[in-house]
Write a protein that binds this ligand. Structure first.
Ligand code: EPU
Length: 429
């Protein structure tokens, strides 16, 4: 019987990265902005979409399933318009594959008066409930029930209201996106208190404003949305991916390299740059991006992840790889997803010395890492293993690539362009 094949990344560690690399459009901005097209009339044109990502492909598939037409018109450009307005079901197969698909709930309810969206399950970075999304939509007047693993929401027309969206771990990114999108077509004014203010939430708000929505307070924790009757089509460019940029900064740092990143918004990376400076990495703004120079010594530091403008949880695993070879001991505390530590065991297999204590990791810097066979447990954990592989002595083989393919476009090609000895190979299993 023929066996199946699976991809793995093979890295020969040791070299310093050098050269230029272009950062793609932000995955976590693209997903809600594509979903927001459910709310708009006419054909919207969105540029800078990281189209190779499986999450983006799944979101396109979901929109087609919901009666929208999605066309590709050039590299990273999508043209999206509504064909049928009577489809309201986001099936389990698509929602389960990608949690970001929960952000069709608000637009469907806001524009079609109904939504049936499969409940997303837990995942390796934590429980990821949607109670705040539900509370917000109920406050806007939606009738919500749960049936056969689906959330079923109905409302003739949503009514503006005051909504507090803070939870035990702070604000919610996709929850804020969902409520903001639903509120754009509601009757009257909605105020979201404790709103998430991540750059991706701001990008969605700017897209909606260009489409005719009335939103103020963008970039703050208090969003005010005055409902309008309809939204029109938009020609929009999405922001660069700050987490991909941060990942390449960490790669330059861990290999003591010298890398120029193009298409970067340093104003979105304040807390990340501050940490890199503490660690001894030099980051300089350039005309179209920035240059990143790793120091000869990697210094230990303490890190706490927080909602924006704090240090992003999506950079925590990559920073852990970097600190695993720092001089001295670092403490990393996770305040957004307190269980997001699956990568510790894999880094320790490569010779790191990290132990988990509650929501913190104590990282004792070691002199070097060693290549090993490891498995990515989620997207950013996978990125952390790539970084570890780049600096490890010997060969690192990383499996679980479907996670990496969700969030990093042309990962091996981009690292190879910087001189890394990295390739994707297929193995029989
Ligand atoms: N939370 C609740 N109730 C809710 C929603 C969230 O308790 O109804 C909790 C979560 O369990 C978590 C915290 O609130 O402890 C923050 O979760 P949030 O809702 O902000 O996460 P998300 O919107 O589901 C997005 C990104 C994640 C990123 C987080 C935090 C997308 C598609 N996903 O998820 O990105 O880690 O915000 O910044 O935008 C990634 O790209 O690798 C990734 C996981």
């Amino acid at each position: 019987m023929p066996g199946s094949v699976r991809d793995k990344i093979v890295i020969q560690g040791g070299g310093r990265l050098k050269g230029r690399v272009n950062i793609s459009g932000a995955k976590n901005a693209a997903l809600p902005i594509i979903a927001a097209c459910i709310l708009t009339q006419g054909t919207s044109r969105i540029k800078g979409i990281p189209r190779q990502l499986t999450d983006v492909k799944l979101m396109e598939e979901l929109l087609c399933f919901l009666g929208l037409q999605v066309n590709h018109s050039g590299e990273g450009v999508l043209e999206i318009c509504t064909e049928k307005e009577n489809l309201v079901t986001a099936p389990y197969e698509l929602v389960n594959e990608m949690r970001g698909s929960i952000c069709v709930l608000g637009p469907l309810l806001g524009s079609r008066g109904k939504a049936k969206v499969a409940l997303p399950g837990g995942c390796v970075i934590g429980q990821r409930p949607i109670d705040l999304h539900i509370k917000g939509l109920q406050t806007l007047g939606a009738e919500i029930s749960f049936k056969d693993g689906y959330v079923v929401a109905k409302a003739d027309r949503l009514k503006g209201a005051e909504i507090y969206l803070g939870g035990a771990y702070g604000s919610t990114v996709l929850g804020t996106c969902n409520i903001m999108m639903a509120a754009t077509l509601a009757e009257g004014t909605t105020v979201i208190e404790s709103a998430a203010c991540e750059p991706e939430v701001q990008d969605l708000a700017n897209f909606l404003i260009q489409a005719g929505a009335k939103i103020s307070g963008v970039g703050t924790n208090r969003l005010i949305i005055e409902g309008v009757k309809e939204l029109h089509s938009v020609d929009y460019q999405i922001i660069p991916d700050r987490i991909e940029a941060g990942t390449f900064m960490a790669a330059a740092a861990i290999t003591r390299g010298d890398v120029v990143l193009e298409n970067v918004r340093l104003d979105h990376l304040g807390a990340v740059m501050e940490k890199f400076r503490d660690i001894g990495v030099e980051i300089t703004q350039e005309l179209w991006g920035c240059s990143v120079k790793g120091g000869d010594n990697i210094l230990s530091t303490s890190i706490t992840t927080l909602p924006y403008p704090g240090l992003p949880t999506d950079m925590q695993p990559q920073l852990m790889s970097l600190l695993s070879i720092a001089q001295g001991t670092s403490v990393i505390t996770e305040k957004v997803f307190p269980d997001r530590f699956m990568h510790i065991a894999e880094l320790n297999r490569m010779g790191a010395s990290i132990r988990k204590e509650g929501p913190s990791a104590i990282v004792n810097g070691v002199s070097h890492l060693s290549g090993a066979q490891v498995t990515a447990s989620d997207l950013r954990a996978g990125a952390a293993l790539v970084l570890a592989g780049l600096v490890a002595k010997g060969t690192t083989e990383i499996s679980g690539l479907h996670y990496l393919d969700r969030g990093y476009e042309s990962l091996e090609a981009k690292f190879a362009q910087l001189g890394a000895r990295i390739e994707r190979v297929q193995e029989e299993v």
